[in-house]
Write a protein that binds this ligand. Structure first.
Ligand code: SAM
Length: 191
């Protein structure tokens, strides 16, 4: 009962890396219709009542997309183009000076059908989310982004490697076998 099948990709990655933790500040870029935000919301809000409420209070989830997103418990929704400075400014306002623990991006361009063009656009979205992540992530923070494999993904990966302790190319089982989409899972931001 998730809005998008993509939820299973995030669940799989979290099972492997356990980066969705109560008390975290999460930014979900390209979040519509909201599958990933549902996964994050359920994991952050569903903690036993015996646990301290401080965790509950410190959760902050911000979901951004060009498209509207139906409300999700505990999720702050922003509609806008993530690559616009004004949208990024709105995210920063919601952060109220806090650093983010995790920035995830499942953003994908509208597919043109021409692989090279789609790849280039996808890498631009990756650059944009990384650039923003560098401004808001705490030291040791996590960054996850989707990309369409192609001739310039290694450059982006090399760039990531200079900024994070660990960078892994992941292709969750839930991704169609023939799809050229992959994810960069980046742990330990070196602020
Ligand atoms: N993770 C989502 C989920 O689980 O429901 C699915 C995301 S879908 C694969 C990709 C999304 O990226 C689309 O909703 C699209 O509107 C969004 N997107 C693409 N470019 C964007 C941009 N520049 N700013 C914000 N969202 C963008």
């Amino acid at each position: 009962n998730y809005r998008a099948r993509s939820a299973f990709k995030l669940l799989e990655l979290d099972q492997k890396y356990n980066f969705i933790k109560p008390g975290s500040v999460f930014i979900d870029c390209g979040a519509a219709p909201g599958g990933w935000s549902q996964v994050i919301s359920r994991k952050l809000l569903d903690i036993p009542t015996e646990e301290t409420n401080t965790n509950l209070n410190s959760n902050l989830i911000i979901a951004v997309d060009l498209l509207p997103i139906e409300p999700i418990p505990g999720v702050n929704v922003l509609q806008g183009d993530f690559t616009n400075i004004s949208t990024q400014q709105k995210i920063k306002e919601l952060l109220k000076g806090r650093d983010a623990d995790v920035v995830v991006s499942d953003m994908a361009p509208n597919f043109s059908g021409q692989h090279f063009i789609d790849h280039v656009k996808s890498m631009e979205l990756c650059e944009s989310s990384l650039n923003f992540a560098e401004q808001v992530l705490r030291s040791g923070g996590t960054f996850l982004c989707k990309f369409l494999m192609g001739e310039s993904d290694y450059e982006f990966r090399n760039n990531l490697k200079t900024k994070f302790d660990r960078v892994r190319h992941e292709k969750p089982q839930a991704v169609h076998r023939k799809s050229t989409e992959g994810y960069f899972m980046c742990l330990g931001y070196k602020k």
